[in-house]
Each structure stands twice: as structure tokens, then as C-alpha cells.
Design a protein around this ligand. Structure first.
Ligand code: NAP
Length: 466
């Protein structure tokens, strides 16, 4: 296949990736978007295999084994993973993208003749730069994603872990990294290359360790962006158009998503990129004290009665709805309320659940009409007119401490003003705190009624009572 034909096919794959991103921006078109992405990826892989066929049977076997094992494992894991574990799966997959970038850079360094970057026995300076940068970003992405995975999967505490002098250590490591990259470009030393990788592995871990659980969605999306830039860097070294296009798309879309989430959570983008945001105060935030104040408790019967007699109900879903898989029962409950003439809307917080769009996906799965689902900024003003705020498995996203308590790890995050509704119904299993580990004052308000139990079971019995 000529270079021109493969370039053309890579551009077609790039266009398919752009169409995939476009499709993924809305639940109605997301399946189609996924399909475009899969076709684009298949085209890119085939073009690479046909354009630069592996040399010999052994190489073919290695490539096919890689595709088979990687693709097979990916398909099985993706099929088995529950929706609630999706964020950690994404973090785990990103770590592999980072590792692939390191492996790609190392392979290029050890066999530069294979990709034609040699001149008079030396590797082009710009290729050395791209290689070092790709390996560094890839290594940072690898350890950063592994830590994000461990925190999201509960294998490591979600609370921020603050090392003393962490900013000074990170700055020193950053400077050392720049110096090593400069030395590597000068002397092509393999030892210096591995030192760059080692330093970057360390930096990746140190950057993510101080970040608290509540800020993790931004981190996952930011690491996604890093992995894209690492791939694009290696794409330049290998002269591979598909890698450059794909890496840039992943890099820029991840950066845009991080920016949008930072805005939604009222965080500074720069401090996220530098790591350790969530503030030093976050470490001191409570969460371990045992709460003894009384709360008002109600039954499914009470909830059914209150909602049946309401005019406006706003539903606020959160992580607990996903755990209980209560979305179908919820939809059934809402259908019954609508039959009674109650106006029902859904309010979605940008970081409700454990990944961006988590609640939208679940509600879409239960065939909730899109025009009943509203984003925070479009519905927050309506809580004072609502008779009932029905909070199902949400906690942090309703916590007013985000507005008032500067020491809280969620301080600055916009919240859904559920406490402004006439009655607030909270479905949760007990008095457990949310992801950020902080107490929610709304539980103790006079207009709040707690409905203790698994979200699906409680909603099912409300349905019966309705
Ligand atoms: P949350 O603050 O984590 O609270 C979820 C609540 O659901 C818990 O308090 C828990 O209380 C309850 N729950 C758990 N299982 C339940 C079940 N089976 N039935 C009923 N209730 C159940 O959730 P959120 O309000 O959705 O807020 C999301 C949090 O996750 C934010 O802090 C956000 O920053 C963070 N986060 C978001 C993302 C993202 O991208 N969306 C990613 C990572 C982290 P009980 O234990 O008492 O039942």
C-alpha cells in the first residue's frame, strides 16, 4: 500500500473518530458514536498492518497474539464490569495506554532503524525529544492511573494523602525531568531514558496521591488527556498519522472535559494539572466522627402519601441509585405519580455517581424521556417551588457544606439546593457519608424525612403504596 493511500485511510479513520466523539455527546446518538469509533479503530489497525506488514511469520504471530489477547481480555472485562465500576475500569485502561506509550518509545530507541529516524548513525534530535516526552507523559499517566484506579476501587483510601513538602518535591522532580530530557537529547543514552521513565513513574504517583476522592472524576479525565498527548508524541516519532490524530483527539477532548468538570465543581484547572488540589484542608476534614443527632424517619407509605399529594416533585439521583440499580423502579414510580397529575423532573448534578454522565446513562437505560432530565444550572432555581425533593442515593451533591464550610473537601462545588424544597425525602441505607466522607446537614433539617433501606427496595414499596 502506498504512503498516500495509507495517509488517506488514516484521515478517514480520524474523521470516524471525530464522528464518534460527536455521537458520544448525547445519549440518543452514543451507540452510533461507539460504532463509528470501532470502525475507525479497525480501519486504522488494518491500514497499519497492510501498510507496514510485520516482517515474517514470527512477527505476524506476535501481532495477532497481541490483538487476540488484548482484544479478548478487553471484551470480556467490558462485558462483565458493572456500571458502578466503570470509572475504575477507565482508569485501569488509561494506565495501559500510558504503558504502551513508554513501550513504544523504548522500542523506537532500541530499534531506530526500523522507523527510519537514523542519520549518520544517530537518532534525529527531534525524534529523541518526542520519544522522551512521550515516555515521560506515558509513565506519569501509568502510575497516576494506577493510583486513581486504587482509590476509585476502594483498594486505597479515597482521602487525600498529603506528603510534607510535596510541592517542593514535585517541582524538584519536574526540574530534574527537564534536565534529564535535555541530557538524553544530547547523548541518546539508554540509561538516561530509563531514568526519565523512573522519575516520571514517581512523579505520576506523587501527583495523584494528594488528590481526594471527590475530585477523582477530574483526575480520570485529565489522565485520559495525558495518555492522548503521550500517544500523539509517539505518533510523531513513528511518523504515524493515525496515532497523531487519535492522540490529539483524546488529548484535547480529555482536556476540555477536565476543564468543563473543573468549572462545574468550581475548581481551578491549573491546580488540578499540578496535582494536589482539593486543598491541604481536605486532609483535615472530618468524616470519622460518629453522628448521634436524631433524624426524622419515615416509611414508604409516608413517602407515597406525600408525593401523591404534591404538585411538583424533583428527583435527585446519585451513586446509591446506581448501586441498587433502582432506575427501572424509579421510572415506574414516576409514571404512577404522573398519572396522579404530579409534575416530575429529574435534576442531574455534573458529578453525581462515579463518572461524568453516569446518571444520564442509567436514566436513559430505564427509558426516562430526555426532556424530563435537567442539568444543575437549569433546575437549581426550581427547588424553592418544589413540594418534594426526592433524593435517591445521592449525598455529596446535595451537601450545603460545599457552600459554607471552607474546611470541607467539597468546598466550592456547586450543589443541588434540595433543602429549599418544602419536603426533602432521602433514600439511603443508613447514616453513611458520601464519597467525600463528610456529614450532610440536610439529614437533620426539620423538612427532611429519611427513608432507610436499599434504594430499589424502598422505591418498589413506594410503588406498591402508590
Ligand atoms: P455519594 O456522595 O457518594 O453518596 C451516595 C450515597 O448513596 C451514600 O451516602 C450511601 O449512603 C448511599 N447508598 C449507597 N448504596 C445505596 C443503596 N444500595 N441504596 C440506597 N442508598 C445507597 O454520591 P453522589 O451524591 O452521587 O455524589 C458523587 C460523589 O462521587 C461526589 O463526591 C463526586 O465528586 C464523587 N465522584 C464523582 C465521579 C463522577 O464523575 N461522577 C467520579 C468519582 C467520584 P448509605 O451508605 O447510608 O446507604
Amino acid at each position: 500500500m502506498s504512503e498516500n493511500v495509507s495517509s488517506l485511510l488514516y484521515i478517514v479513520a480520524g474523521v470516524l473518530f471525530i464522528m464518534a466523539l460527536r455521537g458520544l455527546s448525547h445519549p440518543t446518538t452514543s451507540r452510533q458514536g461507539n460504532l463509528y469509533g470501532m470502525i475507525g479503530m479497525a480501519l486504522a489497525v488494518l491500514t497499519t498492518l497492510v501498510g507496514h506488514p510485520p516482517a515474517g511469520l514470527g512477527a505476524w504471530i506476535l501481532v495477532l497474539l497481541g490483538l487476540g489477547i488484548g482484544g479478548g481480555a478487553g471484551a470480556v472485562i467490558a462485558k462483565r464490569v458493572p456500571m458502578t465500576a466503570m470509572p475504575q475500569l477507565v482508569a485501569a485502561f488509561h494506565s495501559l495506554v500510558g504503558l504502551a506509550a513508554v513501550a513504544g518509545a523504548a522500542a523506537t530507541l532500541y530499534a531506530p532503524q526500523a522507523v527510519g529516524i537514523l542519520e549518520n548513525g544517530h537518532i534525529h534530535k527531534e525524534s529523541l525529544f518526542e520519544m522522551a516526552l512521550g515516555a515521560a507523559i506515558g509513565a506519569i499517566t501509568f502510575t497516576g492511573s494506577v493510583i486513581a484506579f486504587a482509590k476509585l476501587d476502594g483498594r486505597m483510601s479515597g482521602k487525600p494523602i498529603m506528603l510534607p513538602q510535596r510541592h517542593a518535591i514535585n517541582i524538584a522532580l519536574g526540574i530534574a525531568l527537564v534536565v534529564l530530557i535535555a541530557v538524553f537529547i544530547g547523548n541518546e543514552s539508554k540509561l538516561v531514558f530509563w531514568l526519565i521513565v523512573l522519575l516520571s513513574f514517581t512523579l505520576g504517583g506523587l501527583l495523584i496521591i494528594p488528590i481526594g476522592g471527590a475530585d477523582m472524576p477530574v483526575v480520570v479525565s485529565m489522565l485520559n488527556s495525558y495518555s492522548g498527548w503521550a500517544a500523539a508524541g509517539i505518533g510523531f516519532t513513528l511518523g504515524n498519522l493515525a496515532l497523531i490524530i487519535t492522540g490529539s483527539l483524546v488529548g484535547s477532548s480529555g482536556a476540555i472535559l477536565s476543564y468543563i468538570m473543573c468549572k462545574a465543581m468550581n475548581r481551578s484547572f491549573i491546580s488540578v494539572i499540578l496535582g494536589g488540589f482539593g486543598g491541604d484542608s481536605a486532609a483535615a476534614a472530618g468524616g470519622d466522627q460518629v453522628e448521634t443527632r436524631p433524624v426524622k424517619q419515615g416509611s414508604a407509605d409516608d413517602a407515597a402519601y406525600i408525593m401523591k399529594n404534591a404538585e411538583r416533585v424533583i428527583i435527585v439521583p446519585g451513586y446509591g441509585m446506581a448501586v441498587a440499580q433502582a432506575q427501572h423502579s424509579l421510572r415506574e414510580m414516576v409514571d404512577l405519580l404522573k398519572k396522579e397529575g404530579v409534575e416530575v423532573k429529574y435534576a442531574i448534578h455534573p458529578v453525581a455517581g462515579r463518572m461524568p454522565g453516569h446518571m444520564n446513562v442509567l436514566l436513559a437505560e430505564a427509558n426516562v424521556p430526555y426532556d424530563e432530565v435537567f442539568e444543575l444550572e437549569d433546575i437549581n432555581g426550581e427547588f424553592p417551588q418544589a413540594d418534594v425533593a426526592f433524593v435517591i442515593g445521592a449525598n455529596d451533591v446535595t451537601n450545603p457544606a460545599a457552600k459554607t464550610d471552607k474546611a470541607s473537601p467539597i468546598y466550592g462545588m456547586p450543589i443541588l439546593d434540595v433543602e429549599k424544597a418544602k419536603t426533602v425525602l432521602f433514600i439511603k441505607r443508613g447514616m453513611g457519608s458520601g464519597y467525600a466522607g463528610v456529614e450532610n446537614e440536610v439529614f437533620f433539617r426539620d423538612n427532611t424525612m429519611m427513608l432507610f433501606g436499599d434504594a430499589k427496595k424502598v422505591v418498589d414499596s413506594i410503588v406498591k403504596n402508590l
